[in-house]
Design a protein around this ligand. Structure first.
Ligand code: ADP
Length: 475
């Protein structure tokens, strides 16, 4: 099958969160399985764009309202990512350092989608599947179906994957003139609650909807920021498929960000060395259990609960615990973490910002990884943690409940809690400390066991393939 992925992020070209990891890995595994997968994304002003060579594949122009915008399709010339990567360059719109900006994302991503479709519209041979990821590419199923200029693309099947239902990309009907002429009888398919809502339009127009875990698919039916009824009524074409992780990038035996590598055989010794290094860098006590948090500092991730929960856990254990946090986001949470660092030297430290290399080092060094998320469509961090022999401490929600089983259960291997609140987090950290101080041999064997788990893309790739085959058979 020939599959074209459209997305705003793709690792290692441009990454903000898990969307990039998925779009950077899934096509590679699809190509390895014998399909022909490509990625089409905006050409940002990122380091990857400057450090690699690009071939000018096509030039054209589109209209956004009455604004004529020339665009260029750039192809990464070495195919080093394991699939063909195409970046759509539109001067003044895509060429920014930031992937997302506050004021004109509607225009940027609308123009990107129009240019990508305009380019594919010129192809002699058409692909089998257009696979759109999140709201930045969610107008594609509607446009290819009902815009007159894209009539040629009508029979191509579309899949829409929701990585995060919170961001729906809605904008005002005042911007209707951005659309190329289309069958106006169908304009109801764009509307949701009086606005143009790209995500709701994709949910209605795409041939299949997927999201990144079975539990999150169920949760969307009763909590999806206004779209619940859609997910209930269209459940026949909705699928929850767990993300995999890229075992080539996330492998403690070969990880290029680590100076000491390890496998199941020497995880306990080498992890101790990584922990020693991180603790020296961040001036933490290496004798204490090290609990890490890595992620966006936002309400969704439960990051607002961290300062109080960590502070109280440190007090209750009389300083026999250590925390390290890596992330950026809400300035209030950043400020509170920075302040906690001053009050708790030796037991708490944080790095505010985005740091890919440090994240790998922390996964390797930490004893536990804490994820107190309120919402977690899939969550990749817990899978990276498992791969690096780090015990996950997670709230039972979305993908976290599909991938982590509590040690109190049969064959369990993580620590789970029910509610996203300070008390539940503290209770979970007490269980972790108990394991560390009173059952260290079990903890060591647990590390070895979790490293054997298979969360690779091969499984997930097969499930996407089944969805593609199913919709291709439908008339
Ligand atoms: P999200 O909702 O942010 O997409 P995921 O768990 O799906 O959450 O993916 C988060 C990804 O982003 C992981 O690869 C994680 O390691 C990475 N990440 C998040 N914040 C940071 C940061 N500050 N520095 C480095 N990596 C980060």
């Amino acid at each position: 099958m020939e599959i074209i992925h459209f997305a705003a992020e793709c690792y290692p070209v441009a990454k903000v969160g898990g969307l990039a990891d998925v779009v950077g890995a899934l096509p590679k595994y699809q190509c390895q399985a014998g399909h022909y997968a490509k990625v089409v994304m905006p050409a940002y002003d990122t380091r990857f764009m400057h450090q690699n060579s690009w071939q000018n594949d096509y030039q054209g122009y589109i209209y956004l309202g009455n604004l004529e915008l020339p665009y260029t399709i750039l192809r990464e010339s070495t195919n080093k990512l394991g699939y063909d990567l195409y970046c759509v360059y539109i001067q003044g719109l895509t060429d920014r350092k930031n992937i997302y900006s506050e004021h004109d994302d509607t225009e940027r991503f609308f123009a990107f989608q129009l240019a990508a479709l305009d380019w594919i519209n010129q192809w002699q041979h058409l692909p089998d599947i257009l696979h759109c990821h999140d709201h930045h590419t969610a107008l594609i199923p509607f446009l290819k179906q009902y815009a007159w200029k894209f009539q040629k693309l009508r029979n191509i099947k579309t899949v829409f994957t929701i990585h995060n239902g919170l961001y729906q990309g809605w904008f005002s009907w005042n911007k209707l003139h951005y659309f190329p002429a289309f069958d106006t009888w169908k304009s109801g398919l764009l509307d949701w609650a009086g606005t143009i809502n790209p995500m709701s339009s994709a949910v209605r127009c795409a041939d299949a909807i997927t999201t990144v875990s079975p539990s999150y698919m169920r949760e969307l039916q009763y909590s999806s920021y206004g779209l619940e009824i859609l997910f209930q009524q269209l459940s026949y074409k909705c699928y929850g498929i767990l993300n995999g992780i890229d075992y080539e990038v996330w492998n403690p035996a070969t990880d290029t960000y680590l100076d000491k590598h390890y496998t199941i055989d020497n995880v306990n010794e080498v992890k101790a060395q990584h922990k020693q290094e991180i603790c020296e860098t961040f001036r933490l006590n290496p004798d204490n259990p090290l609990i890490a948090f890595i992620g966006r500092l936002v309400h969704e991730k439960g990051a607002d609960l961290l300062p109080q929960a960590m502070g109280q856990a440190m007090y209750e254990t009389q300083g026999r615990i250590c925390f390290i946090a890596l992330g950026s986001g809400s300035s209030q949470i950043e400020y509170e973490l920075e302040r906690l660092k001053i009050y708790c030297p030796g037991i708490f430290n944080c790095y505010i910002g985005y740091h890919e290399a440090l994240s790998h080092k922390i996964y390797a060094a930490a004893d536990f990884l804490l994820m107190p998320s309120r919402v977690e469509p899939c969550g990749l961090n817990q899978m990276y943690a498992l791969r690096y022999g780090t015990i996950p401490i997670v709230r039972r929600v979305g993908g976290l409940q599909d991938t982590v089983q509590d040690i109190g259960e049969w064959e369990g291997f993580g620590i789970c809690f029910q509610q996203p609140n300070v008390l539940d987090i503290i209770h979970a950290t007490h269980r972790a400390t108990y394991l560390y101080y009173y059952n260290f041999d079990f903890l060591k064997s647990l590390r070895q066991r979790i490293m054997t788990f298979d969360n690779s893309w091969q499984n997930s790739q097969r499930k996407y393939e089944q969805v593609y085959r199913k919709i291709l058979q439908e008339e």
